[in-house]
Structures are given as C-alpha cells and as structure tokens.
Ligand binder design. Structure first.
Ligand code: FAD
Length: 400
C-alpha cells in the first residue's frame, strides 16, 4: 500500500520507518527545503525509548544525549558509553530527526520543498495534488505536519476548532558554547539540584513576572541553548517571518536586566531560532476516511509537556503496527490506534497544562525534577506501559 506522509518531523520520519518495516510504501512530503532543521532539547519517556530500542537506535540516541557531556558523543559504530541515565534522557530535535531520516532515506522517497495542495478521497484511495509536483494517488494519507497542520485544515477544519492556546509562547535558540553555564553570562549558577537528577546542565535565570528564561549547557558546555517563555494572549504574526518573531520576543524581554540583553543580542544572530505558541490540539477523532493525523497535528501536548517527541514516536509505532495487524484495513487500524494512544495523550496534555501553570506562577517547568524520573534505563523500562509487540525489542535479546 502507498502511504503519503505530510511532514518530515519526528512523527513523519518515525512513521516512515515503521511503515517500511511492515512492508508498506511510504512517501514523505516536507515543506521545508531540508529535513531535520532546528529545534531544542526534547525529553524521551520510557515507552519512547522502547520504540527507539525496537528500531535499534536506542544506543545512538543515548550517545547523543546533549546533557550527558562530551564523553557521550555518537561516532557511528564505536562502543556505546557506559552511561546510566538519571531522569528522562534528552535529545536535540535535529539529532533525533537526523537519525530517523538516516534510517529511512535509502528506502523511503522524501519529497522536499513541497506541500499537499488538495486531497480528494474516493472508495479506493486518495487523489493528491501538490503545490509544485504532479498529482499522485495514494491508498492512505497521514498528516504529521505539526501543530499548524495543513492536512488537518484541509480534511477536518480550521485550527480554531482544535487548537487550544495555553497563554504562553516559547522561543529557543542556540548560544555560542562559551556563553554556556561557565559564568560568562553572569548567571546565578546551577539550580543547586543534585547532579544525579540529571538536571545539572540547566540554569534558570532570576524569575520575572510572566516570563522565564532557561539556559541549557549541553555537551559539557561545548554548546548551549536558551529557552525563553512569556505569557500572552494570542498574537497575530506571520509564523514564517523569523525577523518578526524575533522582534516579538525582544519586545517582551526589553528592559530586563542581568544576562537578558546579551541573550537577546545572541537571539538576533541565531540561525536556528524556534518560536511558537504553547498550544494543544484536541480532536474527537484523528482520522476521516483514508486520512489520519499523527503527532502534534492530531494531539499536540505543547512544549511545556516535555512529551511531544515521545508521543510522536509512540504514535508512529502504534499507527504502523495497527495497520500491519489489520492487513492494511484502515478503518479497523485507525480505530485501534486511537484506543491505544488516547491514554498517553491525556496524560501528556495534563503535563503540558501543568507545565504552563508553573510558568504563570514564575517557576520554569524544568526546575521541577521530572515527574517521571526513572533513575536508570532499566527502571525506565520497568515503568513502561507495555507496548504491543508489533516489532521485536532488542533489549530482550541483549544480555543483561
Ligand atoms: C523547526 C522546528 C523546531 C522546533 N523546536 C522545538 C523546541 O525547541 N522545543 C519544543 O518543545 N518543540 C519544538 N518543536 C516542536 C516539536 O518538534 C514537536 O512538538 C514534536 O517533536 C512532535 O513532532 P511532530 O513531528 O508532530 O511535529 P514537528 O516537529 O513540528 O514536525 C512537523 C513537520 O511538518 C513540516 N510541515 C509543516 N507544514 C507542512 C506542510 N504544509 N507540508 C509538508 N510538511 C509540512 C514541518 O516543516 C516539520 O518538519 C519544533 C518544531 C519545528 C518544526
């Protein structure tokens, strides 16, 4: 079966992997000119680690954990570092998508710099026209095109019906390494949390009413990332206009002291700036006929949940697995996918709302030790909600 996936983010690349694994033929169309661009540090919960393990990617993901220091660098094939994770393992969005793209690019067609224009379903399939490419037919279409999903708008209706604004905007960007946690920004120091909580690379700047700033020193301070949050009613702006987005953030933080002016200067130069609203997607159904939604497009939990990448990975595994179990019969598969995923999504959306509340209260969400801190990879696995065995786990085959 031919499946068109809109979006080569975490959800889209992971779904391409699993569909290929189950002998479907996925094609990915991505609006951006290249795969993997941009993004900050994302957490990974136990079940997402299980999915990565089943892809044989877990060790490489662990080696890329940006908060684990320079010793934990992936160098393709070298022995994995003997790290025991404390708290949720983290990964940079671009690193995770890079791994998933690399694992699929030989066998999956990626069409870059294009987007679906129209979708027309009939009894046997979906006729798709593109903004640039020629029209094609597919058996199924999966919308994995993020919070502002174009597929969702085409098939289910406008964003106002599904996107719930949490009253906060998030900006992230990278800082030159020497501005990390080593004191050059005049930071108040680390959070004072014990290193074994795995949060020692994070520094929170003094709290400002309705705003929060966090700096993450990554890879032993060789690099650093800034995260800025501010509370606001919905803003009207052009999401693709980076200069305008930077002006909005700069305006909100203007007049703040300490390291903020320096951070804003770095933001104006940053090439990998990300800015978006903290919002959640609430839908009664994630499929309509032969079109199904995945990741932020269908059930975004907001950056304040810390779980968006995890639910994209888990959702891709379940969606492809259910399609395989149902022999491609999409009505049965999409219903089972929803049943399996709804519990995860409800939990993550709750975490997203609580994270947003902490910012309103002046406590950046990263200050609180992760609620699902697992202690070690082994314990993380023990905390799993067991995923169905659509694909074998490597962990059970590895010696203890
Ligand atoms: C550039 C970028 C940076 C991000 N940085 C952060 C961050 O720092 N912190 C954080 O918490 N979250 C960040 N996010 C959101 C985060 O990646 C997601 O919440 C999470 O990984 C779930 O992934 P997803 O695949 O559902 O959505 P996304 O990661 O948003 O991926 C969606 C993909 O669809 C593509 N797309 C959009 N519209 C179309 C279209 N019409 N046609 C084809 N493709 C389309 C996008 O370019 C993107 O590649 C970022 C998202 C993006 C796009």
């Amino acid at each position: 079966m031919d499946v068109l996936i809109s979006g080569a983010g975490v959800a889209g690349t992971a779904l391409a992997y699993w569909l290929r694994h189950h002998d479907f033929t996925p094609t990915v169309v991505e609006r951006a000119a290249r795969v993997r661009a941009g993004g900050g540090v994302m957490g990974l919960r136990g079940e997402a680690l299980d999915v990565l393990d089943r892809m044989a990617l877990l060790e490489r993901v662990e080696a890329l954990n940006p908060l684990m220091g320079g010793a934990a660098k992936a160098d393709g094939g070298a022995a994995p570092p003997a790290v025991v994770f404390a708290g949720d393992p983290r990964i940079l969005r671009a690193d995770l998508i890079g791994l998933l793209h690399e694992a699929t690019r030989q066998e999956v067609e990626y069409v870059l710099g294009d987007s679906i224009a129209t979708l027309e379903q009939d009894a046997d399939g979906v006729r798709v026209t593109f903004e640039r490419g020629r029209p094609r037919r597919f058996d199924l279409v999966a919308g994995a095109d993020g919070l502002h999903s174009h597929t969702r708008s085409l098939v289910f209706g406008p964003p106002e019906r599904f996107v719930r604004h949490l009253g906060i905007y998030t900006a992230t960007f990278s800082l030159p390494g020497h501005l990390g946690l080593s004191g050059h920004l005049g930071l108040p120091g680390h959070l004072g949390l014990p290193g074994h909580l795995g949060l020692s690379g994070i520094s929170r700047l003094p709290s400002m009413p309705g705003k929060a700033a966090v700096i993450l020193g990554i890879r032993d301070d060789a690099e650093a990332r800034a995260e800025l949050y501010f509370t606001s009613c919905p803003l009207a702006y052009d999401r693709d206009d980076v200069a305008q987005c930077k002006r909005i953030v700069a305006g909100r933080f203007a007049g703040e002291g300490g390291p903020i002016p320096r951070l804003l200067r770095e933001m104006s130069r940053a090439q990998d700036f990300f800015f978006d609203v903290n919002a959640q997607v609430e839908m009664d159904r994630w499929s309509s006929g032969r079109v199904v939604l995945l990741g932020d497009a269908g059930f975004g939990a907001a950056p304040t949940s810390g779980q968006s990448a995890s639910q994209a990975l888990i959702g891709a595994y379940i969606l492809a697995g259910e399609l395989a179990l149902a022999g491609g019969e999409h009505t049965t598969a999409f219903a089972a996918y929803e049943r399996e995923m709804r519990g995860f999504v409800a939990e993550h959306q709750q975490m997203g709302r609580e994270g947003a509340d902490r910012i309103f209260l002046g406590i950046p969400f990263r200050e609180a030790p992760d609620t699902n801190t697992a202690g070690s990879r082994e314990t993380a696995h023990a905390h799993l909600v067991r995923l169905k065995d659509y694909a074998p786990s490597f962990a059970v085959r590895r010696p203890p």
